[in-house]
Structures are given as C-alpha cells and as structure tokens.
Design a protein around this ligand. Structure first.
Ligand SMILES: Nc1ncnc2c1ncn2[C@@H]1O[C@H](COP(=O)(O)OP(=O)(O)OP(=O)(O)O)[C@@H](O)[C@H]1O
Length: 628
C-alpha cells in the first residue's frame, strides 16, 4: 500500500541512530545546502560509502581477492603468447607450440571461473548495500518531523531515494573492483614492460604524468557538474509532481500552459547542466584517447626499429604491445573511475546530508511508554513558534478525560497549531504539554500517537481500496471489524452500493469519492483506531447539509467516551461542546460554554452574530475589524 505523510499518527520511531559523520565532517541540518567539495570531501564520501558495506566485508574481500587473481592471470597471458610466438618464429618447436597452446587454454578457463565468482560476489554486495541504504534512508525519513517535510519538497526526497542511491551503487560495485583490478593490471604491465625493454617503456612513462594532471583537472570539473545535475533533476521532478498532484487546481485555473512552461524551463536548465557535463567528459575521454593512441603508434614505430636492429624478438614486441594496451585500458578505465567516483560522491553527500539530519523530536533516552491512558490533556504555560514569532502565547488549558472541548477563533489564531502539539508533532519552546499529567517529552512518541486519532477537513486517503484505507486505523482488523466501523461511520450503505464494494479503488488521494464519502471513510478509520484522544479539525466544514448530518452523526458516535478536541469555524457544530476556548492571535481570550460566551461581550459573540444572524452583521464585522 502506498503511504504518504498523512500517516503521521502511525509514524514508527525506531531506536536506530543515524550514521554519524566523523568529527571533521560538517553536516547541514536541513540537508539541502550546496556544499563546497574538496579532495577531502571526496575521500570522506567514498569512505562513508565503503563503511556502508561493512556487514558484507567478508564477501567483498573474497570478491576482491578473486578479481585480483583474475587480473594476475590476465597479466601472464601476454608472456605465454610471447613464448608461443618465440617457439614458432625463433625456435620452430612444434611440441612447445602445442604445450603452450594448451597452457593458454587452461589459463583462460581459470580466468573465466575466477572472474565469474568475483563479479557475482561483488555485484551481490553492491546490490545489497544499495538495498540497505534505500531502506535506511526511508526509515530515517519517517523519523523526521513535520517541520522537515514543510521545508523539503517531496520530489527532492524521492529523487534522493532513486537517483542518488543509483549513483552510489555504481561506486560500490564496478568502480571499486575496477580500481583494484585496473591498478594491478597497470602496475604489473609497467613492471613487465620495463623488464622486456626499458627504452620502449620510457615513451609510456612520459605520457602518464600528462594524463594524470588532465584527469585531476577534469575530474574536479565533472564532480561539481554531477552535483548540479542531480539538483536540477530534483527540481524538474518536484515541479512535475507538484503540478500533477494538483492537476484539478491547475486545470480549473487554466494554468496548464504556465505549468508546462515552468517544467520546460527546469528541463532546459537540466539539459544545459548535462550538456556542459557531456562536453567536459567527452573532452576528457578524447584527450586521454589521443595521448594514448599517439603513444601506441610511437611504440609500433620504435618497436619495429628495435626488432629490425635485432634487440627485440617478435614475441617480445607482441607481448610489449599487449602490455601497452593493458596500460591504455587501465588508465582509460581509471579515468572513468574517477568520474564514477566523483558522481557518486555528489550523490553520497546529498544522501548523508539527509541521514545526518537529526529528527528534531525524538524519544528521550529514559522515555517510558504511556500506558492505560485516560485522556486528560493539559497545556501548562505553552508558548510555541514555528520560526521567530510565537503563534501560541502562554496557553493554559485542562481537558478532563472524556470531555469535548472546542477551539474557535479567527483564521491564523493558532488553533491547528495547538492541536498539533498533542501528538507531539512539535515541542513547545516554553511550558509543557501533558497527557494524564505526564510531560509528552518524558514518554515515548509511539505510545502517545497510538492513542490519538484525527479527522480533518483535508482527508488523506491512499490510492488503494476502501477496505485497506479503513484498515489503516488498525492493520490487524478483521473484515468484519472494518465493516462495523464503516457502519458506525454511516459509510456502509454507500460502500455497499459501489460495484466493487469494499474492494473499490479510491483513486489517488481518494479522488473517486465525494468529500462527504471521504470524511466518512476517515471516521471509520479513526473508529477502528479506537484511540482515547480524538482531534477533529474542521471535519465537517466542506460538506453540504445532508452529508454534514450523516458525518455529524458518525462523529457523535466516534466521540463517545473519548477526549475530543474540535476545531470548527461553524459555531453550530460546537454548541454542544462541554467547553469552548476562543483563540485570538495565539492566546486563549475567552473560555466557557456556548451560552456563557454568548452572554459576554467579546470575540465569540461577534463570530456568533455573523453566523446565527441574531444581531447586526455590519456591527459584528466592524467589531471584528477592530480586533484585528
Ligand atoms: N508549518 C508552518 N510553518 C510556519 N508557520 C506556520 C506553519 N503552520 C502554521 N503557521 C502559522 O502559524 C499561525 C497559526 O496557524 P494555525 O494553522 O495554527 O491557525 P488556525 O487558527 O488553525 O487557522 P485556520 O482556522 O485558518 O486553520 C499562522 O500565522 C500560520 O501562518
């Protein structure tokens, strides 16, 4: 089942600590800042990738041994060929030719078996490390708080899970093996070449430093470009995801053209970054290729001269050329490695920025589960700010278990914010929020959230069946329990009338259902959860009177025996609350029953006058303006 952030009440909080950056690494708290890369940073990133494979070091080590053995065998092959050619051209020895041919076939067989085993082990390790990394990041994302998600785009985060993790994979698998085998091949070939003919070798040694300098220069450039490309890619994904998920809004404002332009601009930016990267990489490959093929031609020429002068046999020259090819291939491979590692380093930095982001809200080390919850809620001098300016100021309230308390007040007064402190989505900067007399910071988040259910105006459903959406309230509920919940939520009739009944797909975020139907599914889900505390945020405000009546009746059933906090703009829905708290500019300015508050001259009466039409509407509006 697809899950999204709406599952906030279900968020599991594992005990696991994120991987720690070592002391010299800086971690960006929100994971989005572009960081300056240096060789040290590259090394740090690679080391962290390598550390990820720690549980599989045994296999990795085995793979590397096998692959090294494969490269050593490959190094012997040109020597065998040399002997074979010498047997033919120098000694004309038929028996030797047969033996050497057989020997070479055996060598090739050994090499095939060894490299198969090595590659399989290595790829296995790489895939496993990547799977672990994906799981770890996803788990970590679920530990992060709502504040993190309001600061990050979903497209950005999903792109890290897909693209960035993919880049890391190439670094742990092929690149690591290539690094080892290519270096062995390079060193072995150099040594054997010098032994064969040192004069000829000098030509190669002149070229190597030139290539190394070019590799370092281009490598740096490619690394910074790789990071930019990942960022641009995340931009395009986020833009498309945002527009496609709000396609109704886009169409109703006739903004398709605008959205297409926005996406096109982002894709063009991505193309431009990619073009520069392609240019740099292609130049790099061509420069390296040019240098090496020139050197090879020189070897052919000089080698031919040496053979003509009798200082080299044909077998020597062929072996030499094989080693020269080996060197060219190794250096070429290593230069590609450089860019693979560089791309992976950019991706790794982004992934670790995410993993290094500590959840703002975590269980204290000595947190205990809140058991046998009654459902008393207390706000004790609570002050809270999202950023600088407090949106809740010195809030005090006590709600007894089983009571129904309504929050009313103008838009932006802080009602939803106050509610969001109860499941501990945020911690107050000052004061305490308590349940059953226990500060929420002293108890486990999971135990609190498992006793809080919420129904809001903006119902979020998963793109699956009605039954699965209701069962989200209690995953182990039986079909019968799901039906009972739906009945109590006044949803059974409409569900039963659908062709697929409980197995009907609701569409993305429930688009195939009406607002009232979605609300009743959400109520059934909350009923199944059977939590002690119920939070209703504008649960009926977007409904017509008929739907509202059905939903209200279902809500009344849901509220029975639970502590309920209701936010409602329509005061008719809160008249029966045990108490009403009136919020204004982050403070509770009035409290009492509907009758008590209505009898007072204050904000509540102004709001009520607007809705119940007893009194002059103009006077109420004027009075509200003065209060702004
Ligand atoms: N995630 C957030 N980050 C920063 N500021 C926020 C965030 N959520 C809300 N605010 C601000 O906090 C203030 C209180 O918002 P809140 O949603 O609690 O008000 P409300 O009384 O529930 O309003 P409404 O009745 O319109 O839902 C507003 O000024 C709002 O802009």
């Amino acid at each position: 089942m697809a899950r999204d952030r709406s599952s906030k009440h279900e968020a599991t909080d594992t005990e696991e600590q994120p991987l720690k950056a070592s002391a010299e690494e800086s971690s960006s708290p929100d994971g989005g800042a572009e960081s300056r890369r240096s060789p040290k940073k590259l090394w740090t990133a690679l080391r962290r990738i390598f550390l990820l494979s720690r549980p599989y070091w045994g296999r990795l080590f085995g793979a590397l041994i096998l692959l090294s053995a494969g490269s050593l065998v490959a190094l012997v092959v040109p020597l065998g060929l040399r002997e074979l050619l010498n047997a033919v051209f120098e000694d004309a020895n038929r028996a030797m030719l047969d033996r050497l041919t057989l020997g070479l076939v055996v060598l090739f067989l050994i090499q095939a078996v060894v490299s198969f085993s090595g590659n399989y082990l290595l790829e296995w390790t790489g895939e496993r490390v990547v799977a672990d990394l994906r799981q770890r990041i996803y788990r970590h994302l679920h530990r992060l708080t709502l504040r993190f998600f309001s600061d990050h785009r979903t497209g950005d985060l999903t792109s890290r899970l897909t693209n960035d993790v993919g880049s890391v994979r190439s670094a742990v698998t092929q690149a690591l093996a290539d690094l080892l085998t290519q270096s062995l091949s390079l060193i072995g070939s150099v040594v054997l070449m010098v032994v064969l003919n040192w004069r000829l070798s000098v030509i190669i040694f002149v070229i190597v430093p030139v290539v190394t300098i070019a590799a370092i220069y281009f490598g740096r450039k490619i690394r910074s470009l790789a990071r930019n490309i990942q960022d641009r890619l995340a931009d395009t994904t986020a833009i498309a995801e945002e527009a496609l998920s709000s396609v109704r809004l886009v169409k109703s404002f006739a903004r398709s053209g605008y959205e297409v332009d926005r996406y096109n601009r982002a894709v063009d930016d991505l193309f431009e970054e990619s073009r520069v990267r392609v240019l740099v990489s292609a130049t790099f490959s061509s420069v390296v290729g040019l240098l090496f093929f020139s050197a090879l031609t020189a070897i052919f020429w000089y080698g031919g001269t040496e053979v003509l002068a009798g200082r080299l046999t044909t077998g020597d020259l062929v072996a030499f050329i094989f080693y020269a090819f080996n060197i060219a291939r190794s250096v070429g491979g290593m230069s590609r490695l450089y860019s693979t590692f560089n791309s992976a380093a950019g991706a790794t930095e982004r992934l670790f920025e995410l993993l290094d982001t500590e959840p703002e809200i975590q269980d204290a080390s000595d947190a205990v589960p809140l058991t046998d919850l009654r459902g008393d809620i207390t706000f004790d001098h609570v002050t809270f700010a999202y950023e600088e300016e407090p949106v809740l100021r010195d809030i005090n309230m006590e709600v007894a278990a089983g009571e129904t308390v309504a929050f009313v007040g103008p838009s932006g007064a802080g009602k939803s914010t106050a509610m969001s402190l109860i499941p501990r989505f945020y911690d107050p900067q000052e004061g305490r929020v308590m349940i059953d007399g226990q500060d929420l910071r002293d108890v486990t988040i999971q135990s609190v959230r498992s006793q809080v259910a919420s129904v809001s105006q903006d119902v979020q459903l998963f793109n699956s069946t009605i039954a699965e959406n209701i069962r989200y309230g209690r995953l182990e509920a039986t079909d019968e329990e799901v039906r009972d919940a739906a009945r109590a939520a006044n949803a059974h009739e409409f569900i039963a009338s659908l062709p697929d009944g409980y197995e009907a797909e609701v569409g993305e975020r429930g688009v195939k259902l009406s607002g009232g139907q979605r609300q009743r599914i959400a109520i059934a889900r909350a009923l199944l959860r059977d939590a002690r505390i119920l939070l209703l945020d504008e649960a009926t405000s977007s409904l017509d009177s008929a739907s509202e009546a059905l939903v209200q009746e279902a809500l009344d059933r849901l509220m029975e025996g639970r502590t309920t906090l209701i936010i409602a703009h329509r005061l008719s829905t809160v008249q029966d609350a045990d108490r009403i708290l009136v919020f204004d500019h982050g403070r509770i300015v009035q409290r009492g029953t509907h009758e008590e508050l209505f009898a007072q001259d204050g904000l509540y009466r102004d709001l009520a006058a607007l809705q119940f039409r007893n009194g002059s509407r103009e006077d109420a509006v004027e009075s509200l303006r003065e209060r702004q």
